[in-house]
Write a protein that binds this ligand. Sequence first.
Ligand code: GLC
Length: 449
Amino acid sequence: MALTALHPRWRGRPGPALSGPPADRGPNDPRLDWWRKARFGMFIHFGLYSIPGGEWNGSFVGSHEWMRNNAKIPHEEYVRLVRQFNPTELDVDAIVQLARAAGQKYIVITTKHHEGFALFDSRYSEYDVMATPYRRDIMRQFAESCRRHGLQLGWYYSIMDWYHSDYLPRRDWESRDATGASFDRYVRFMHAQLTELLTNYGDIAVVWFDGQWEATWSHAFGQATYDLCRRLQPGAIVNNRVDVKPAGGDDRTLGAGMAGDYSTPELEVPARGLPGQDWETCMTMNDNWGYAKDDNNWKSPTRLIGLLVETASKGGNLLLNIGPTGTGRVPQPSIDGLTAMGAWLQVNGDAIYGTQASLIESPYCRTTTQGRVVNVFVERWRPGQLPLDGLKGVPLRAELLADREVQVPLRQANGTLSLELPEQAPDPVCSVIRIEFEAPPTAATDGLG
Ligand code: GLC
């Protein structure tokens, strides 16, 4: 729907009826199988906020997709960005191919962030991409391209909405009157938009909610929203942020009784993983989600590969973010980092995809497990003995994953298995040694994840 006025008083149409199958998730739910094997996905933050890139009236306001809130930008001023939204450099196919070359198996993209602007063609909002000079449904392009290149696709959708006149609470600095606003009607609007997103674009693998922490959201809304997603896309998985945290819980983990399928620790890899849960760490490549003109604090390829190894070794996924510019260009350091990760995964991917958490915790290395195989990741290579304390089993052979012709000597002394690392690290960033055991190894103590 096109933007007809800059002061919309749209009040929402009735959403779909809310009857759905009861949530049937469980620890072995096969819906999560592909995702558990995937281990690595791309997060994309794109919206009106990508245009200013954090700069408003000459100063930088921090946490850029939050800029409307942080700089207390009046509604009438912020919505003017709609007229400037024209990402002519956006090449969706190139982004999907970048993800694929990086070894990422899925993409989660913001369909609507906290600012409330829809990057898809929505009948239920005039604050959408069709109201911009660009006038093309960005989600449709991603759906088609992901299908073409064999990646799974997920929608990020913010429950909090700073634009919609029915969303409550208003920011305390907002001058727009909240008289007559109805949160129930807002939820119907949300469900109507979700219905569009989950029926008009083919199979959607993930629904990734956010912005659930304000007092108006409730467990009942969370459960109804989860059920709606499952009814419209029975195979989809939904993150924990669809629901409110239970008393004493935190926003990032899936508590008992909550709707949702997996936990989403943010900007951190939990020290020991999240035992018993499926989880995904979402992470920025610099210090911002949305494009940030003033942020050059890019993580090095070594650090990024280290993060992927760390999450996999603790049994989790890594959802690594890019924030394209307002014109749709992916910042070069993001391209460079992802390309380096892809090159490393080309050689070492077997030690990441489809693996389980480490059986042991070691100061010298990280490991992943896969049946009879333990993959040992060495980031700080020191020739000589590398002890694998606590790992129990009868090893058959150890070889470099980069060159399986090269055997790595193994030793057993006083019940401790050690590798004898050669002089040269096969990989300057992180080398992987693959140990095959006679039977699935076990551990003397609790592992990770
Ligand atoms: C937070 C922020 C948001 C970001 C998200 C990513 O909840 O509010 O800006 O999109 O985390 O995990």
